[in-house]
Design a protein around this ligand. Structure first.
Ligand SMILES: [Zn+2]
Length: 132
């Protein structure tokens, strides 16, 4: 948490404050909620896009053969690791208040399908830690 000048009155406010305590304007940090949400959404989309790309490489390797087999194997490995830690990535991306707990449970119980699903749901349901 840092103190920044309010975009309206210039007084010191928390960069996480939703309302300036001095002048009452919404989001004195100058980052409107919609913009912050759009940034979060684009992060999520790029993460999913990355996993899709890895999956596509895996399939391409299976179809094309040859040198692509190696790339395919590496892509599949990264894809599986990425998928395994998806709940942890989501928790970090969403600035989840229980990020550390989710990472630990994801790490040790993610291999049980139930543990992985619990982590995923927990990561998605949790209240955001930081107000934009
Ligand atoms: Zn202000």
């Amino acid at each position: 948490m840092a103190l920044i000048p309010c975009r309206e009155c210039g007084q010191q406010v928390s960069d996480r404050a939703k309302i300036c305590p001095h002048c009452g304007i919404d989001f004195p940090s100058g980052k409107p909620l919609a913009q912050a949400r759009a940034m979060r959404a684009s992060n999520g989309i790029s993460l999913v896009g990355f996993l899709v790309l890895l999956l596509a490489m895996t399939i391409a390797g299976k179809l094309l053969g040859g040198v692509f087999i190696i790339a395919s194997g590496m892509a599949l490995f990264v894809f599986l690791v990425g998928l395994y830690f998806l709940p942890a990535f989501l928790a970090i991306d969403r600035d989840h208040p229980n990020t550390l707990s989710i990472i630990i449970i994801n790490l040790f119980f993610g291999w049980t399908a139930v543990g992985w699903i619990i982590c995923l749901v927990w990561a998605l349901l949790g209240k955001r830690n930081s107000a934009p």
